[in-house]
Design a protein. Structure first.
Length: 725
């Protein structure tokens, strides 16, 4: 008999239940992996079920390996092992055995992500497609969606009609499918699709595999899609038992096909199903868990359950309201420094955000405070392709350097090929001029190519003139550049929503820079950004982890910051426009974010105008849904509409006494004065000497190349040198 002494009553019931169909609704941190592995061990050791007759399906190799290791330790004397694998690995084994009935050889090739990318590279070269127009990821999504919807190449061509972009994608789809056939290769989508088709077409093959197993188990059942559920249903058949584990409150992948109704309606599909709820959380403290519970209970489309924990703590959830995203980021960075000084390791801290573009201000603040960090599963903001492209367009206005020109002359695609670029490079060396001076002053080509280059030069010269006149705000000029160049339209036509958001966030960064440093120039902005973009990846062993909430699923951390909790951001604007179903998905995402924290949860919001939302930010409804007993509110106060009150000096956000009122902090900030000749230290510009201070602004002389800067007197990046000693 396996030892059940470490389990609570509900966990014991889930391990020992004898029903044919069992649904285990396992709340966040409730020990579902332990229950699932002990269930399998119980069937083998206590019920004497042959291990090879047990199948357990997971959705990541990491989860499969963890389950295998746990079961191996529990059954040290057992030589045979159950089938534990990802759903894709299972399909490979099935197809290797029986795909010949579909007319394919058993030694077919499994195409991984790099193989798929290689095929697309071939297609892009043949059809002269730029990745800046259609990224590989967006094209693979298109192909995957067509396959899943059983849309043939011919049908895709029909659906494309006269739309140029869709016709290009349909051509690539055909090329991809033809290459697959030639290579006798199946990608990850095909593995499941082909297995389902084979089972439908050949009932005798399906019956063979149904007889292969007695008991089927499925982990993370809330994340499966319809085609995966079809496969599971086929394998289960009339005689096998089916045991599923999942949490409807953590269904956050509907955008890639997951259907929460599958787990919710499981009892309807399988009569006499026994449902067991694991509702004791072993991860989070009482305030964190109860706060998350008070949010998720607002969802109507769920299985009713109330998680509880025995982990007590005096620490409440901290909600911090700040006047802008820069101030929010600075507060988070300062708080991390404080926590680290108190002994909390940086790798025990995670910063979670709804979308990748939100990392911009966070990254800058961490760099300013010299806090090492990594982007978990992503790319740093200033290293993202579209950000680099846009900054190169700005450089054309200021420096018109060769590297910037080479990067963007054919982005978006203007019909300028490698041969044309080689001619420009050679002429540049011959005349000892920059490449831009060459295309501006010389007529190297004829016809369409020369006209294209002339149009580009006229465009750049127009931007230079606007910049020189100084009549347009820098961020407005930036917007015009992105529109005039066609770069924004290129991303919109490719439906690159994430890249568009990053672009908008960069424009917002330019806007904030202009507001914080009203006397600054575009050249100074580019110099400043280069400090962030060119810093080497930190090799420190201890670092803060930044990631989207989706990436954080399945992870846990001692301390978690969930940033930008504003309506339109979290919950996302698109989801809000979808109605209550969209908001419910976002609420599940918030629930996942909050329950990643073990001991301390910080929730932050930013005020001020959002360029992406095109309106003033307001507090997220999810913050209001947290019951008062579990949360403390700090920072700038809000009016009755949830808007943060404006103020001119940011230092009010960084007073040591966070319990003081908003008005008290304003009064303190207004008293910030610097004496002429006083030494200050700026986070970006270094040490400087005060020239004058009045009207809430201070003029400071910094060493070359920065020169004299006019700054807000209370800005958090500005400190007295004597206070730092």
């Amino acid at each position: 008999m396996i030892d059940l002494s470490s389990l609570n009553e509900n966990q014991k019931e889930a391990v020992l239940a004898e029903d044919k169909y069992i649904r285990v609704v396992a709340g966040a941190g409730s020990g579902k992996t332990r229950v699932l592995t002990m269930r399998i061990a119980h069937l083998i050791q206590d019920c004497h079920m042959p291990p090879h007759k047990i199948l357990a399906i997971t959705f990541t190799n990491k989860a499969a390996n963890e389950m295998k290791e746990r079961i191996r330790k529990m059954l040290e004397n057992e030589t045979n092992q159950p089938w534990i694998s990802t759903i894709h690995s299972l399909c490979v084994r099935i197809l290797r055995e029986d795909i010949q009935c579909m007319g394919w050889p058993r030694n077919f090739t499994v195409l991984d992500a790099e193989d798929q990318k290689a095929i697309l590279k071939e297609a892009y070269k043949e059809f002269e497609i730029e990745t800046s127009v259609f990224s590989y990821s967006s094209m693979l999504d298109y192909i995957s969606n067509n396959k899943s919807a059983e849309i043939t190449v011919e049908r895709a061509m029909e659906l494309a009609g006269s739309l140029t972009g869709d016709k290009i994608k349909a051509k690539v789809y055909k090329y991809y499918m033809d290459r697959q056939q030639a290579l006798l290769g199946l990608d990850f989508d095909d593995l499941i699709l082909w297995t389902v088709k084979m089972f439908r077409k050949f009932p005798e093959v399906l019956e063979k595999w149904q007889n292969r197993f007695y008991a089927i188990h499925v982990d993370e059942f809330q994340d499966i899609d319809k085609i995966q559920y079809t496969l599971i249903t086929q394998l289960t058949g009339p005689n096998n038992s089916l045991y599923v584990v999942g949490d409807p409150d953590q269904t956050i992948y509907t955008w890639r096909g997951a259907d929460v109704n599958i787990i919710l309606n499981f009892e309807k599909d399988y009569k006499n199903t026994k449902t067991i709820i694991l509702n004791e959380n072993y991860r989070s403290t009482e305030a964190i868990l109860n706060g998350a519970n008070s949010v998720i209970k607002n969802n109507k489309h769920r299985v009713e359950k109330e998680l509880y924990t025995r982990r007590t703590s005096d620490a409440l959830i901290t909600h911090y309201a700040s006047a802008s995203d820069d101030y929010q980021a600075a507060w988070i960075a300062n708080k991390i420094v404080e926590l680290n000084k108190k002994g909390l390791a940086l790798h025990d801290i995670a910063i979670l955000y709804r979308s990748n573009y939100l990392s911009r201000s966070i990254e800058k603040a961490l760099l300013d405070e010299r806090i090492p960090y990594i982007i978990y599963g992503g790319v740093r903001f200033f290293e993202r392709m579209e950000v680099k492209d846009a900054l190169c367009y700005l450089r054309m206005v200021v420096t018109s350097d060769d590297l910037a020109l080479q990067r963007i002359l054919n982005k978006p695609k203007r019909g300028i090929g490698n041969k044309t670029m080689d001619t420009i490079v050679m002429k540049s060396k011959e005349l000892n001029k920059t490449m831009y001076e060459v295309i501006r002053d010389e007529k190297l080509f004829s016809g369409k190519v020369q006209k294209t280059i002339d149009d580009f030069v006229l465009m750049v010269e127009k931007w230079k003139k606007i910049s020189g006149e100084g009549k347009m705000e820098t961020f407005q000029l930036f917007e015009q550049i992105i529109d005039d160049s066609g770069y924004r339209l290129m991303l919109e036509e490719a439906n690159e929503l994430d890249r568009i958001e990053n672009l908008k966030e960069l424009i917002d960064d330019v806007k904030e820079f202009s507001e914080n440093y009203p006397e600054s120039t575009l050249e100074e902005y580019l110099q400043l950004v280069s400090l962030y973009g060119d810093r080497d990846e930190t090799m420190a062993s201890d670092f803060v982890q930044l990631m989207t909430v989706h990436t954080a699923k399945g992870l846990e951390f001692d301390t978690v910051f969930v940033t930008d909790m504003n309506d339109g951001i979290f919950p996302n604007e698109r989801a809000m426009n979808e109605g209550h179903r969209g908001v419910e998905e976002e609420r599940r995402l918030a629930y996942v974010a909050f329950t990643r924290a073990k001991n301390k949860l910080y929730i932050t919001e930013a005020g001020g105008f959002s360029y992406i939302l095109q309106k003033v930010r307001t507090r997220s409804r999810f913050i209001d849904e947290i019951e008062d007993a579990y949360i403390e509110h700090k920072g700038a106060v809000q009016d009755e509409r949830g808007n943060l009150r404006e103020h001119s000096l940011s230092s009010l956000l960084f007073q040591k006494n966070e319990e003081s009122t908003f008005l008290e902090r304003v009064k303190k900030a207004e008293k910030v004065k610097y004496e002429k000749g006083e030494q200050l230290v700026h986070a970006k510009f270094g040490e400087g000497i005060v020239i004058s201070c009045s009207g809430g602004y201070v003029e400071v002389a910094f060493p070359y190349p920065h020169g004299v800067k006019k700054l807000q007197a209370g800005h958090p990046s500005l400190k007295r040198k004597k206070d730092m000693n």
